[in-house]
Design a protein around this ligand. Structure first.
Ligand code: GLU
Length: 485
C-alpha cells in the first residue's frame, strides 16, 4: 500500500516549495491508489501558529490537494498533530536511553559554542566531540543532583548509510561526518529529525517525498529507525526551486506565498497546479496543459529531474491565461466575484445576462483575475466619476473634441435601443469620422474616454453594446457638461 504524507511545520505561510511537495505526494498516492496524509509538525511551539496552519490547510484545499487523513479528516494513525504525540516520542526516547543507544548530555550552550569555535578556527566543520558519551551512572547522578539540565543525544555508530533515492539514485553517507546529534533538547522539546522519523514509521508511510534540503537528515533518520528496529520508508528528494538567476527564492523578495502571491493576485488553482507539476517533473511529450486528473494519470517519480527547477513567472502567466480561457463565463464570473468585492465594485444589482456579457468581453483580455476590475469596473456604476482632463485626447484640440462628442451624441440618440449593436455602431462611427475629417483612432479614443474614463477597455463598440444606449447617452451628456469650453 502506497502511503505518502506532507509534514509541514506551521511556522510560515504555505509556500510554493511545500505546495509542490504536497502535489507530488498527492499525485503519487492517487496514481498508485494509495493514501495521502497531512501531519502538522508543531513540536516547536514557539514558532508554530494556528494562523500559519490555517494558511497551509486552506492553501492546499484551494489547490485541490485533498488529504485522506489529517486535520479535519479522521484517520487510523492519528493524532496528526505532533504536539499531541509527545508521549509517543518520550516512549521511544526512553527505549533508546535504556538500550544505551542514546545518552544524556549535560554540556551547556556556552561549552558547545566554544567547541564549535575551536573547530571553526581549525577549519573543521562543527561536530559534537562526544564529551558526555561515556558518562558513568554516578556522573549522571551527580549532574542531576547539581540541578544541571540535560539534552538527549543519539549515539551515532561508525558506519556507512546507503539508500536508494527514488529521484537521485544511490546515496552514501559516512556517519563519521556528523557527531552525536540531539533528539531532545534540554527544555524537553523533541527535534524534528526524531519525531518525524518515528511518525513516518507509525503512520505506515511507504514513501517520503520531500525537498532536497532534507537530504542530509535522511541518514540520521535511518539510524534512528534502525536503532528502534523500525523499517525506514523509501525516500525521494525533490530538487530545489530557484529564481531565474539561479539564486535561492526568498520570502522577502520573491513570489512564494500561495495565498498572498498567487491566490490574491488572481492566479487560478488549475494553472498553479499545472505549473507546479512542471517545476521538476516533465512527462517528456508535447502536452503541457494538464488538469489534476491528467496529472494523476501521468505522474511518476522517474520523470522528476535531479537538477534544480527554475521558477519562471512568464510561464505561470501563460498557464494562467490558458486556464482562464477554458473556464465557462459562469465559472469565470464566480471566480471574479471576490475580486470585485474586494475592490468594492458592487455587481449584485446587475442581472446575470449583463454580467456574463461583461465577462465575455474581458475574458480574452486578462491573464490574471485581478486585472478584471480595472478593465471593467465602469460597467458597474451608474455614473463614472471623471476629471475633465480624462476626456482629453492627444492631438485633438478641445473645440474639435467637444464638437465630435456632440455629433456622436446626436448619432447615438438616433439609434433604436434594440439596434444599438456593435456592428451597426462601428459602421456609424467610422462614417462619422470620415464626415468629420477626423481619424477613427482619435474619435474612438474620445468616445472611450467619455464612456469609460479609461485608456484601456474591451473593444469600444462591443463595450457600447453591453452598456446599452441609455447609459452611453447619459455618459456622453455628462462628459459634455464637463468639458472646459
Ligand atoms: N517538518 C518538516 C518541514 O516542514 C518536514 C520535512 C519532511 O517532509 O520530512 O520541513
Amino acid at each position: 500500500m502506497v502511503r505518502t504524507r506532507l509534514a509541514p511545520s506551521p511556522t510560515g505561510k504555505l509556500h510554493i516549495g511545500t505546495a509542490r511537495t504536497a502535489l507530488y505526494n498527492f499525485l503519487f498516492a492517487r496514481k498508485n491508489k494509495g493514501q495521502f496524509a497531512l501531519r502538522i509538525e508543531d513540536t516547536d511551539q514557539q514558532r508554530s501558529s494556528k494562523k500559519f496552519e490555517l494558511d497551509i490547510t486552506e492553501g492546499l484545499t484551494w489547490l485541490g490537494i485533498a488529504w485522506d487523513e489529517g486535520p479535519f479528516v479522521k484517520g487510523r494513525y492519528g493524532p496528526y498533530y505532533q504536539s499531541e504525540r509527545l508521549a509517543i516520542y518520550q516512549k521511544y526516547l526512553d527505549q533508546l536511553l535504556k538500550e544505551g543507544k542514546a545518552y544524556r548530555c549535560f554540556c551547556t550552550d556556552l561549552e558547545l559554542a566554544k567547541e564549535k569555535e575551536e573547530q571553526g578556527k581549525k577549519g573543521l566543520p562543527p561536530k559534537y566531540a562526544g564529551r558526555c558519551r561515556n558518562l558513568s551512572a554516578a556522573d549522571i547522578d551527580q549532574c542531576k543532583k547539581e540541578g544541571k539540565s540535560s539534552a538527549v543525544r543519539f549515539k551515532v555508530p561508525q558506519t556507512e548509510i546507503v539508500f536508494q533515492d527514488l529521484i537521485r539514485g544511490e546515496i552514501r553517507f559516512q556517519t563519521g561526518q556528523f557527531g552525536d546529534f540531539v533528539l531532545q533538547k534540554s527544555d524537553g522539546t523533541f527535534l524534528f529529525m526524531f519525531a518525524n522519523a518515528i511518525d513516518d514509521f507509525l503512520m505506515k508511510i511507504s514513501h517520503v517525498i520531500r525537498g532536497e534540503d532534507h537530504i542530509s537528515n535522511t541518514p540520521k533518520q535511518i539510524l534512528i529507525l534502525q536503532a528502534l528496529g523500525m523499517q525506514p520508508p523509501a525516500y525521494a528528494h525533490v530538487p530545489l526551486i530557484l529564481n531565474p538567476d539561479k539564486t535561492k527564492m526568498s520570502k522577502r523578495q520573491d513570489p512564494i506565498s500561495i495565498s498572498d502571491d498567487f491566490e490574491a493576485k488572481g492566479y487560478l488553482p488549475e494553472a498553479l497546479v499545472n505549473f507546479l507539476a512542471f517545476l521538476g517533473w516533465n512527462p517528456g511529450g508535447e502536452q503541457e496543459i494538464y488538469s489534476l486528473d491528467e496529472l494523476i494519470a501521468d505522474f511518476s517519480l522517474e520523470k522528476v529531474g535531479k537538477s534544480p527547477a527554475v521558477f519562471n513567472l512568464e510561464k505561470l502567466n501563460w498557464f494562467n491565461g490558458v486556464w482562464l480561457r477554458k473556464l465557462t463565463k459562469e465559472e469565470l464570473l464566480k471566480r471574479l466575484a471576490p475580486f470585485y468585492e474586494k475592490a468594492r465594485v458592487d455587481i449584485a444589482n446587475y442581472d446575470k445576462e449583463y454580467l456574463l456579457n461583461v465577462v465575455g468581453l474581458i475574458r480574452e483580455r486578462i491573464k490574471k483575475l485581478d486585472e478584471a476590475v480595472a478593465l471593467s469596473d465602469f460597467f458597474f456604476t451608474k455614473q463614472i466619476k471623471l476629471q475633465p482632463e480624462q476626456l482629453l485626447v492627444d492631438k485633438l484640440d478641445k473645440k474639435d473634441l467637444k464638437n465630435a462628442l456632440e455629433i456622436s451624441l446626436a448619432e447615438m440618440e438616433k439609434f433604436q435601443v434594440t439596434d444599438f449593436q456593435a456592428e451597426a455602431l462601428e459602421k456609424t462611427f467610422r462614417a462619422l469620422s470620415a464626415k468629420l475629417n477626423l481619424s477613427a483612432g482619435l474619435l474612438f479614443s474620445a468616445l472611450r474616454n467619455a464612456l469609460s474614463g479609461k485608456k484601456v477597455t474591451p473593444p469600444l463598440f462591443e463595450m457600447m453594446q453591453v452598456l446599452g444606449k441609455g447609459v452611453c447617452v447619459n455618459r456622453l451628456q455628462d462628459a459634455l457638461a464637463l468639458l472646459p469650453i
